[in-house]
Ligand binder design. Structure first.
Ligand code: HEC
Length: 129
């Protein structure tokens, strides 16, 4: 019974708040999966994210050691839904800025696609060992 109430609550939440986390995490990347989108994401990554997350996204940027918490390794998000990755980028954390105030919606999805792509490459490289 509890689970039923929980599901009803969840669905109500999804319906009532268009930008709520549950709904956003289920949102697919609206951009086409093309090399251009990935390249645009890489370009943005180098401008805004590399300092903390490192040139390859491994969480080892030059600023990483001076931060209160270690930047995430962005090559390990193969199984994370793109909506959830975009949500984390938008919201920021105690250390990372909330990018929704800095970047455009499209730019966040370009970054998300890039992160997904390098995570898939990482997983493939791993399985070849
Ligand atoms: C000031 C340093 C800093 C910058 C710049 C930064 N990040 Fe982060 N990021 C962090 C830290 C630190 C974390 C780990 C979460 C925490 O504890 O704060 C994180 C976490 C994340 C996560 C969550 C990963 C997960 O496991 O779900 C994503 C996604 C992410 N960053 C993407 C980005 C993107 C994209 C950019 C550039 C637009 C960016 N970050 C720029 C410091 C940074």
């Amino acid at each position: 019974m509890r689970i039923v109430i929980f599901i009803i609550l969840l669905l109500t939440l999804v319906a009532c708040f268009p930008n709520n986390p549950v709904k956003m995490s289920m949102t697919a990347n609206p951009l086409p999966n093309t090399p251009e989108v990935v390249a645009a994401g890489k370009n943005l990554f180098e401008q805004h994210c590399q300092l903390c997350h490192g040139s390859e996204g491994r969480g080892d940027g030059v600023a990483a050691s001076s931060l209160a918490s270690k930047p995430a390794n962005l090559r390990q998000l193969k199984n994370k839904p793109e909506g959830l990755i975009a949500m984390r980028i938008k919201a920021g954390t105690s250390v990372m800025p909330a990018w929704k105030n800095i970047l455009k919606e499209d730019e966040i999805w370009q970054l998300t696609r890039y992160i997904k792509t390098i995570s898939q490459q990482e997983a493939q490289a791993g399985s070849n060992h």
